[in-house]
Design a protein around this ligand. Structure first.
Ligand SMILES: *Cc1c(COP(=O)(O)O)cnc(C)c1O
Length: 373
């Protein structure tokens, strides 16, 4: 007997899941996120004073002035728009994120703006100030002991609650409009237009998700500029080794001490082929640099700003040695007020055996000789 055949589906089918209430909610949610952008001013490009005779200009793109205090405001806005437009965020369902802190602060803000619950999955060592900021924006913090567990814990929590795991480390590079739409790179080039060196010799970024460096590098290539793109990486980060060896499987056995940057695995949002150059920067050099920046700018910054600025100083020393003039740009990623009891505390440094004096001395000599050796 011939096997019984499944009844054939009709050739013509139509499944309509259009839900007017959800679509109304979605329109409003997207509108609220867009309105936040519309109310926001662009961030400043600060000129850092260097010795006149050098003929070299250094700029810091000040991302600390966003409504949630860091460059992660741009990322959170992009991730929310991407997830909303993909239908990944649903009314009443939580948004969940694995974060070392700053992204969660910004995402808590956008979750509140569109009225969905927010849960941040973070290492227990995350700074108190950041936890307080997430809670201020109505978010909940789910703390785990091992920083490597955040990804799995976030996935599990999303499955349990029917929520959406935002996954910045995967989606940062594609959620951001790298061709334009006033992304960080387009804004920098526009703000440099009236300067004496409008096309910088180098832009230095640091990497947490890798998204910022990917956006800057892609934009530089897309707009056919000569500008070099350098990524400065802290101790205990996998990005440098992964980039140098071409092996995306590189991992490290210890977490980064520079909050916001340096990961124990090469995150999927890091786009190594777009980057020209990488520098590994000692943590003590990053911290010595933010103390110098405090004197130069009259303000405090987070330590990742020190990592990028140390690398920018090294590039400037190299330009001086070669008799080159031009400009260099790096980022002021977040404000130092979040780190008064860490990077700005001599006790905290001493407890961790971090000695910044050799780097402070080199920075002092740099100002006189132009050499950072
Ligand atoms: C996230 C972050 C960075 C790096 O930005 P990515 O785009 O994620 O690579 C630098 N500094 C701070 C303080 C950050 O929070």
């Amino acid at each position: 007997m011939p096997a019984q055949r499944e009844p054939l589906e009709p050739l013509e089918l139509d499944v309509d899941r259009h839900d007017p209430a959800y679509r109304r909610w979605l329109r409003e949610a997207v509108g609220k996120v867009q309105s936040d952008a519309n109310r926001s001013a662009d961030t400043h490009l600060l000129a850092v004073p260097l010795p006149e005779a050098w003929g070299i200009d250094l700029y810091l793109k000040d991302e600390s002035t966003h409504p949630t205090g860091s460059l992660k405001h741009r990322l959170a806005r992009s991730l929310f728009l991407y997830a909303l437009c993909n239908g990944w965020i649903r009314p009443g369902r939580p948004v969940i994120e694995a974060s070392s802190g700053s992204t969660a602060v910004s995402e808590a803000y956008f979750a509140k703006l569109i009225g969905v619950p927010f849960v941040a999955v973070m290492a227990r060592t995350t700074s108190r100030a950041k936890i307080a900021l997430i809670e201020f924006h109505g978010g909940r913090c789910h703390l785990v002991d091992n920083p490597c567990e955040v990804y799995e814990a976030a996935t599990a929590l999303a499955a349990e609650t029917g929520g959406h795991y935002m996954d910045q480390f995967t989606y940062a590079e594609r959620a951001t409009d790298w061709r334009g739409n006033n992304n960080i790179a387009e804004s920098v080039f526009r703000q440099l237009a009236a300067e004496r060196h409008p096309e910088p010799a180098w832009i230095v970024a640091t990497a947490g998700t890798g998204g910022t460096s990917a956006t800057i590098a892609r934009y530089v290539h897309y707009t056919q500029r000569e500008t070099g793109v350098c990524v400065a990486d802290p101790e205990n980060s996998a990005f440098f080794g992964g980039w140098r060896t071409g092996d995306p499987g590189v991992t490290t056995d210890r977490g980064s001490r520079i909050e916001g940057i340096g990961r124990q695995r090469v995150e999927p949002s890091f786009v190594p082929g777009a980057v020209d150059r990488m520098m590994r920067v000692p943590d003590a050099a990053s911290i010595a640099t933010i103390r110098v920046l405090e004197r130069l700018l009259g303000r405090r910054t987070g330590a990742s700003t020190g990592t990028g600025t140390w690398a920018a100083f090294r590039i400037i020393a190299e330009m001086l040695a070669r008799g080159r003039r031009g400009s260099v740009v790096t980022l002021l990623c977040d404000p130092g007020e979040r780190y008064l009891d860490t990077y700005y505390s001599d006790e905290w440094l001493a407890e961790r055996g971090i000695d910044i004096t050799p780097y402070a001395d080199r920075l002092e000599r740099f100002w006189v000789t132009g050499s950072l050796d």
